[in-house]
Write a protein that binds this ligand. Structure first.
Ligand SMILES: Cc1cc2nc3c(=O)[nH]c(=O)nc-3n(C[C@H](O)[C@H](O)[C@H](O)COP(=O)(O)OP(=O)(O)OC[C@H]3O[C@@H](n4cnc5c(N)ncnc54)[C@H](O)[C@@H]3O)c2cc1C
Length: 392
């Protein structure tokens, strides 16, 4: 066991760090101004320009298999990259990737949907959640009924990330009510690829974050049989499986943000004088700094272990849930302490802490709430799927 990054990993970390410092952090004031004026955080043109610069530096399709033109650097490298890029709140993502679920498509679907998504020509979104079914995904109501060679989709989805911008959605709908009931929702649902011009509508949902997800409405939307992704009636596992393997990504984002925020708090505490001394000399402040540093390290190791385990070909879902649960809560604790250390200034819009504070709250909700992660972790242990202390 070697508990240090390899030279190659260190090089990638350093390159991304430079990219973040040189290209992204200088955009932070623009992003804050755009968002406060109700504009997109980054214009599509600016995002493309940044993605091209990153591509020139070799960062494109970081996790995309080589056969689709990607770099296929693996999960550990992805974790390192994500932790670095999350040190800014500028919402940048590297180009050349697609939702993993699209890799389950057949050759024709890969040509029509996967490759254009990887190449940035098309945007996708994934829609499971409905107004009556969030954590309890087996309670979805959206239906797909066969009519000749087509399926007729009716229902609503909600809180869909990217749903306002997407060219197509991968939507989960019930295709066999009886099978759905008799298998307690495990079967009888299917994933459909549905182009926007097939007729679904989206509406922006205002949240406490800066860019909203969408509500989607399907009214008699006709979808051909060839747009079924994966197997008929087996869409539930398809949807949940790839989410389960990738949940640690939320923890990685939290680690990056928390490291930057903690550094801001350390710097500020050395400058801010109260009662004749910098607040950094007060134990009350030091303990907040120490607790934050310990929690960040712990979250980082969970994230790296979840990523490493998947690279190693093992089922990482238990660790991914742990990294998501702990990382999301760590991020919320740290941003709250950092705001407290900044006093009244922390609460103003002069500093970006309040923005991070609002964003961090989402980490505990999407991709499965805190409570659902605890449920998964406890169930794995109680049922013996995972042994206590199994991973190291
Ligand atoms: C900004 C944003 C983006 C999102 N993006 C997407 C997306 O792209 N695609 C998509 O399909 N969904 C998306 N979601 C939906 C998200 O996954 C759900 O909001 C989340 O799973 C929780 O579901 P819910 O909101 O219906 O809460 P509910 O399931 O109604 O839960 C309410 C509360 O009860 C708790 N709870 C529920 N069941 C239990 C239980 N058995 N035991 C203990 N506590 C329980 C929950 O933890 C929560 O605290 C997004 C949500 C948001 C806010």
């Amino acid at each position: 066991m070697h508990l240090r990054l390899t030279d190659e990993q260190k090089m990638v970390q350093k390159t991304i760090r430079r990219f973040v410092e040189k290209e992204l952090i200088p955009l932070e004031n623009d992003v804050l101004r755009n968002e406060r004026e109700g504009k997109p955080s980054l214009s599509p043109g600016k995002l493309k320009e940044l993605q091209l610069k990153a591509k020139e530096a070799g960062f494109w399709g970081i996790n995309t298999p080589e056969e689709y033109g990607g770099a296929d650097l693996g999960q550990m490298m992805m974790a390192i990259v994500l932790m670095e890029v999350s040190k800014t709140f500028v919402p940048f993502s590297f180009g050349g990737s697609a939702d993993n679920i699209l890799y389950y498509g057949n050759e024709e679907q890969k040509k029509k949907y996967l490759l254009p998504t990887i190449n940035g020509v098309k945007k996708s979104c994934f829609a499971m959640t409905e107004p009556g079914a969030g954590s309890d995904t087996r309670n979805i109501k959206m239906s797909a009924v066969k009519d000749g060679s087509e399926w007729v989709l009716n229902g609503e989805k909600t809180f869909i990330t990217g749903g306002n911008e997407a060219d197509f959605v991968m939507a989960i709908a019930i295709t066999d009510k009886d099978l759905h009931q008799s298998t307690q929702g495990r079967e009888g649902v299917t994933c459909f690829i549905v182009d926007r011009d097939m007729g679904w509508k989206s509406e922006y949902i205002h949240t406490m974050g800066e860019w909203g997800p969408a509500g989607l409405v399907f009214e008699n939307v006709l979808v051909s049989e060839s747009n079924i992704l994966g197997e008929l009636h087996k869409g539930y596992n398809l949807g949940l499986e790839w989410i389960g393997f990738a949940r640690w990504v939320v923890g990685a984002r939290a680690v990056g943000a928390a490291e930057r925020l903690l550094q801001m708090a350390i710097d500020y505490s050395k400058e801010r004088i109260t009662f004749g001394k910098p607040i950094a000399e007060r134990q009350a402040i030091q303990w907040q700094i120490a607790d934050s540093a310990v929690e960040i390290e712990a979250a980082k190791w969970l994230v790296l272990n979840a990523a490493f385990t998947l690279d190693n070909g093992e089922d990482n879902r238990h660790l991914a849930s742990m990294a998501k649960l702990y990382g999301a809560n760590m991020g919320n604790n740290v941003v709250d302490r950092v705001l407290q250390i900044h006093g009244g200034m922390g609460y103003t819009r002069e500093l970006p802490i309040e923005r991070w504070y609002r964003e961090a709250r989402l980490w505990r909700i999407y991709d499965g709430t805190d409570e659902i992660q605890r449920m998964i972790i406890a169930r794995n242990l109680i049922k013996g799927h995972v042994k206590v202390g199994q991973y190291v």
